[in-house]
Ligand binder design. Structure first.
Ligand code: ANZ
Length: 772
């Protein structure tokens, strides 16, 4: 027998697959199955073992479904715009285009070495102008629908990266990338009005098959809150004002107990009211200082309350008609609800703490019907969301230029379709300006252009799109990658979408996953895609931690190199190990030693070829075979990869114990193993004389009638000692079982020795005769 030489075997099959263009999906076969993993950011570190866990799992599904005859699309590409390449360029002067090319080449090589059955004919790259032309075009559709707008807002500012961060990129008040405490700054920003889709993004979760934590995560993030909006009239220096303060409250029933009001320091009325207050300076100073704090700091529970009264301003409680004081305080957030509250110290803890500090009255009142009181005082019932609009600009270089032109006369004008893509201009300076403006802003030749509307002098937008742009629609491009007339044809979108199964990280639940659902719905409303949801099903993998359970990271020096593992143990062993390592959705600690265990399992399967004969299958082997097929088939679809592998191990051990391995028992094992260890399985099949491709066509079927054994071997005891075994139908009655036992020659001999006193029958197991 040939020795199992993983290097030779894996190189051989990878070469065949590459040459034959294997795994290319057809665009028109019945029974399509679109499987998707999150396309990677090609970092300089190369592939992480975490990527391999997720991609191998869906590769197992892809390979199984292909064997079942499905037309599987399993594509891959590169989400290649982003900060690491840009920060590297700032440090070294090497253009991000160059590092991106090197990194994608390295990733591609590593992936091919793993034998993952991606359809390479559909490889995409978000930094390719032929791709980002359509990212820009889709942005313009969103703009033309009135869902993109420029607004001056307080944004999260990372003083180290010199970049504006979305709320989602701020973790515990710090920059997600570099850990620097985030400050607030005023910036003119492109914003996308995702909040207009909040309710649909929330409701339509009912129509998709996502794992529960993904649904819960999105629902909490969208955070609908039902309440009332109520206007409070104002007296400014004893004269009634034409301005009102609108509050959002979930407790209109406490309205009679509202004893003061609070505006967020960034509330639009603050500058105007400060002007008329006797303590203007104090108010403005407080408002300025509050801007520097993060929202999390400001709303932290138990935080000492601060604030300043607007002296000279009073509000009128619409229920009691009492005049009540008005404050600005940072525990009220500008961007939530209306940015103003009625404070009810008797019923709200934060209001109580504030009232105690500022000696404000607290009034217990009779609670009233919420809806009735809202209507009575002229308010209305509304739903407010925690979700905010999406900050859509970055003052950086390595991103898609936002295809907008500013004209003195015409304002913002979209770049006409026939001038797309707006190419990212060449440069060798990547550092943002001192005020954080984009490096593009200093390229006068690129910035100055003609207004598409009037032909007059105009300037290009110099902000680029955020990290999340290219990934918001890439799954649509895979359906029709080479199309230069449209981002994808209707016909192919109708055939391929929605994505049948999308696996990705839980950390993307409220970012990429939500953003792409939003884009998809806008495209659906524009009649550009056929379904209202992009992904029919979403699952997530658990993280792979370092040996010892810490997070794997380059800085901790505890990462493992897929290249070395493939070299030493083989891609098939690495794949099998990552599937066997533990329940797919749970975090697991890495253990290089344990790869040896699965490697030995593969060697055992390999060695079985020696014993394969045309022998008939015994009943026990046949039953185990059908049970194995049933379990592995179901486990793969349920992503229970670890139990699928252990089932294959049990079956293999059984075959290894047989003197001869029937061909009919060995063939299905190879087919079941092929999705996990495709190279070894293909080679073993070839050695056993199967035609090429046999392991990839025809998934083994189980016969439900053969899942249970029809007969069982029953031990027959005389006075507790086993003297014989007999074969009986598993459902034999007691009378039949005993008479069969008595008629066995050996038993009959023992029974003739004395008088049978008693007989005990435990069905399926044992018969005991007590003889005296
Ligand atoms: C009066 C009141 C009485 C309130 C009471 C609560 C309890 P959720 O459920 O999170 O939506 N609020 C409204 N806008 C705010 C803002 N921009 N910053 C800080 N707090 C704000 O919370 C809604 C409640 O949070 C609102 O109802 C308001 O206080 C406060 F016994 O109004 B309530």
């Amino acid at each position: 027998m040939q020795k199992y030489d993983h290097k030779k075997v894996e190189a051989k099959w990878q070469k065949k697959w590459e040459a034959g263009g294997a795994y290319q999906a057809k665009d028109n076969a019945p029974d399509k199955s679109y499987l998707l993993i999150e396309f990677p950011y090609p970092s300089g570190d190369g592939l992480h073992v975490g990527h391999i866990r997720s991609w191998t799992a869906l590769d197992v599904v892809a390979r199984k479904r292909r064997a079942e005859g499905k037309n599987v699309l399993y594509p891959i590409g590169w989400d290649a715009f982003g900060l690491p390449a840009e920060n590297y360029a700032i440090r070294t002067g090497v253009h991000p285009k160059i590092t991106t090319k090197q990194n994608t080449d390295n990733f591609r090589r590593q992936i091919k070495n793993l034998g993952i059955s991606f359809d390479w004919s559909r490889e995409i790259n978000t930094t390719d102008p032929a791709y980002y032309k359509w990212t820009q075009w889709i942005f313009l559709q969103i703009y033309k629908k009135g869902l993109a707008y420029k607004s001056t807002s307080l944004v999260n500012w990372c003083p180290k990266d010199k970049i504006v961060l979305a709320n989602e990129e701020v973790v515990d008040g710090k920059c997600e990338r570099c850990g620097t405490p985030v400050e607030k700054r005023e910036k003119e920003q492109w914003m996308l009005a995702i909040t207009k889709y909040a309710q649909r993004l929330y409701d339509d979760l009912d129509t998709v098959d996502y794992i529960p934590p993904a649904k819960v995560g999105q629902r909490n993030w969208i955070g609908p809150s039902e309440g009332s909006e109520i206007d409070f009239a104002m007296l400014v220096n004893q004269t009634s004002s034409d301005k009102k303060i609108k509050v959002f409250t979930t407790r209109a029933d406490t309205l009679f107990g509202a004893t003061y009001m609070v505006l967020a320091p960034e509330h639009p009325l603050v500058p105007e009211l400060a002007e008329k207050s006797s303590n203007k300076e104090e108010v403005l100073k407080y408002a300025e200082s509050a801007k520097k704090k993060s929202e999390i700091e400001r709303s932290a529970e138990g935080k000492e309350k601060t604030g300043v009264e607007l002296k000279g301003v009073k509000a009128i409680n619409p229920a009691t008609k009492e005049e009540i004081p008005v404050f600005i305080a940072d525990y009220v957030i500008g961007s939530y609800g209306t940015g103003a509250i009625m404070a009810v110290p008797a019923y709200d803890d934060r209001d109580r703490e504030f009232a105690e500090k500022f000696n404000l009255p607290s009034k217990e009142v009779e609670l009233v019907d919420k809806k009735e009181i809202t209507e009575k005082v002229g308010g209305k019932m509304v739903t407010t969301y925690k979700l905010r609009d999406w900050v859509y600009g970055r003052q950086r270089y390595w991103g898609e230029p936002i295809p907008m032109i500013k004209c003195e006369k015409d304002g913002w004008v979209p770049v006409p379709d026939d001038q797309l893509p707006v190419l990212l201009p060449e440069t060798d300076t990547f550092l943002p300006g001192k005020e954080g403006e984009s490096p593009l802003a200093s390229m006068d030749e690129w910035v100055n252009t003609a207004c598409p509307a009037c032909g007059g002098p105009a300037k290009r937008e110099t902000d680029v799109m955020p990290q999340w742009a290219g990934s918001s629609w890439y799954y649509l491009r895979y359906a029709d990658v080479h199309n230069d007339k449209a981002f994808a044809s209707k016909e192919l979108l109708t055939y391929w979408t929605p994505v049948d199964w999308y696996n990705g990280g839980m950390e993307h639940t409220t970012l990429h996953l939500l953003y792409s659902r939003f884009w998809h719905k806008v495209l659906f409303d524009l009649g550009l895609v056929p379904t209202s949801e992009p992904y029919a099903k979403r699952t997530s993998h658990g993280l792979i931690l370092a040996e010892g359970g810490e997070k794997m990271s380059k800085s901790k020096g505890n990462t493992v190199s897929p290249d070395l593992l493939v070299e030493q143990f083989g891609a098939d062993s690495l794949r099998l190990y990552e599937m066997f390592i533990g329940p797919f959705d749970q975090p697991v600690a890495w253990s290089t030693n344990s790869i040896l265990g699965v490697r030995r399992f593969l060697e055992k399967v390999w060695a079985l070829q020696e014993k394969v004969t045309d022998a008939a299958m015994d009943a026990q082997t046949e039953t185990l075979l059908h049970q194995t097929i049933q379990k592995v088939t179901a486990d793969i679809e349920a992503l229970k990869m670890n139990t699928a592998v252990s089932t294959l191990m049990i079956y293999t051990n059984h075959l290894a114990d047989l003197r001869e391995v029937p061909k009919a028992a060995y063939g299905p094992l190879i087919k079941l193993l092929a999705p996990f260890a495709p190279h070894a399985a293909s080679e073993v099949a070839a050695l056993a004389g199967y035609p090429e491709g046999a392991v990839e066509s025809g998934w083994p079927a189980f016969d439900p009638a053969k899942l249970k054994q029809s007969t069982a071997m029953i031990a027959v005891q005389i006075n507790g000692k086993v003297r014989a075994t007999i074969e009986l139908p598993v459902d034999a009655s007691e009378a039949d079982a005993l008479s069969a036992a008595r008629s066995s020659e050996v038993v009959a001999k023992w029974l003739s020795v004395g008088n049978e006193k008693r007989a005990i029958y435990i069905p399926g197991k044992v018969i005991n005769f007590v003889v005296g």
